[in-house]
Ligand binder design. Sequence first.
Ligand code: SAH
Length: 249
Amino acid sequence: MHKCYVVGLGPGDLQNMTPAAAAAIEQSDVIVGYDLYVQLIAPLTQGKQVLSTPMKKEEERCRMAVELARSGKTVAMVCSGDPGVYGMAGILIEVAAPYPEVEVEAVPGITAAVSCAAVLGAPLIHDFAVISLSDLLTPWEKIEKRLLCAAQADFVLCLYNPSSKKRADYLRRACELVLQFQPPETCCGYVRSIGREGQETHLCSLEQLKSCQVDMFTTVIIGNSQTKRIGNQLVTPRGYRLERDAKQG
Ligand code: SAH
């Protein structure tokens, strides 16, 4: 059996990588990934073959990893966050499917939703929905439907890929949809470059979020009807107090 790991590195700093992720990298002969992620783990890859590839060529990158595994190397393909959340795990399993001698193993990592939530306080503590605003692989109409349904159901929303050069107004469009069901003062926040140099945090209302300029290194959280601000932190109550009050009453 030839191993091909697909490894989640967490948000960026080595401390937030799991020991299992570090062990998979340690056991691998070849490391494959985007330049930025490969740089983040440079201390772990010394003496290994490191192949960094440009953005977007995902299938090509997977084929390269599978071919290397077939040739007898142990390979680790690295991704930010978790490899199964808008990551490479799915496509790698698909590409490797015709080669039963290659075993793909996913190693989980801390996804941006939870690292972002920890920076902001505890906004995701109850039911939440994760939605990517990237329409590269999902038609925008479907993204709109998901935003509307999740807002109507009063989910806390966590938005990945909130913007890019070509999609500069997508966050504003998303906020306008959510505003059909949630009030303008709804508590929101976002974090840029979580766990990396220059991490930035911003708290605001849903109305204000509409005109915030964010980029693709940012994760956005839109609270639900219960989310509140305590000092500089966002909290969505779990409803314990309501339960206790009901029992007492
Ligand atoms: N597999 C990754 C997500 C990849 S999609 C994960 O599980 O986290 C890329 C999106 O993830 C970015 O547009 C951004 O919204 C979010 N993201 C990933 N890493 C981030 C970080 N360090 N800081 C802020 N957002 C991040």
